[in-house]
Design a protein around this ligand. Structure first.
Ligand code: ATP
Ligand code: MG
Length: 258
């Protein structure tokens, strides 16, 4: 099962990706969580202490690894084909919650014309993670799927577009739906987060009705989540029975029964 979580900045992607990864693990899946956000902090949500999280070097910044994989010995010429199956074993970090984490770092847009070796490595690695690996993979991403090659994107089983009750966040979700549909992803859902009341829920329902979105669920605004983040801690230790976590456990059930 390959699940991608995308949405506007600050809507709750990292919380949701971390919680789904954890609840899948709880259900007995072997889970690999991928942080593909330019400001990686999925480690904290997975219970890795901040000091240790800081020491994790993103793959896209690991010059030695990039060189080792892509160098041909000729300056300016690099390999496009190489093996990456060893990267997960060597560079993923085991979190206290039992989920393995791989920090990818910034992925520049494939369409952006950047053909640097770091991007070549990330693209091949993403393909490996999504197309070839057996375990459940949960990706925490900044934007949509612009960064995937087409052949990779269509292998994403579930795309979750996260939005709170905010038109800007909903417009970003709309873009994610469009791109995901174009890429051939079949299961695309809206997830409402930080929902405080029926009025907010209605806004998401109305927007979804107009745009043909299917809503997978609503996650309430939850002070325990906010407090955990204030302390640089994870709500997955301690606040596991809080309203947001209960909703996320149910959402994970729905995903695994799809
Ligand atoms: N259901 C919720 N209830 C209360 N606060 C929440 C909830 N979900 C997320 N938050 C808070 O919103 C903030 C952003 O959450 P998070 O980091 O998960 O979002 P993000 O989309 O990954 O952000 P970024 O785009 O910066 O990576 C955090 O302070 C978090 O504690
Ligand atoms: Mg994030």
């Amino acid at each position: 099962m390959k699940i991608a979580v995308a949405g506007k900045g600050g809507v709750g992607k990292t919380l949701i990706a971390g919680a789904i990864a954890y609840f899948l693990k709880e259900k007995g899946y072997k889970v690999l969580a991928i942080d593909a956000d330019p400001a990686p902090n999925l480690a904290i949500t997975l219970g890795i202490p901040a000091e240790k999280a800081k020491e994790i070097k993103p793959i896209s910044e690991n010059k030695q690894l990039i060189e080792e994989k892509t160098s041909t010995g000729v300056p300016g010429v690099y390999k496009l084909s190489f093996t990456v199956d060893d990267i997960v074993e060597k560079y993923s970090v085991q979190s206290p919650l039992g989920v393995n984490l791989l920090v990818m770092g910034t992925i520049r847009s494939v369409g952006g014309g950047c053909t640097c070796p770091a991007n070549a490595l990330i693209r091949v690695l993403l393909r490996h993670l999504i197309v070839e690996r057996g375990e459940a993979v949960v990706l925490d991403m900044e934007a949509g799927i612009e960064h995937f090659g087409r052949a990779t994107a269509k292998h994403v089983d579930v795309m979750l577009a996260v939005a709170d009750a905010n038109m800007k966040a909903l417009e970003v979700a709309k873009k994610i739906f469009e791109l995901s549909r174009q890429a051939g992803i079949e299961k695309i859902f809206l997830l409402g987060n930080k929902i405080r009341n029926k009025v907010e829920e209605e806004l998401l329902i109305e927007f979804s009705g107009k745009n043909g979105f299917q809503i997978l669920g609503f996650i309430p605004y939850d002070p325990l989540v906010f407090e955990a983040d204030m302390k640089g801690a994870t709500p997955l230790l301690g606040g596991i029975d809080s309203p947001a976590m209960k909703a996320l456990r149910e959402i994970t059930e729905k995903i695994s029964s799809l």
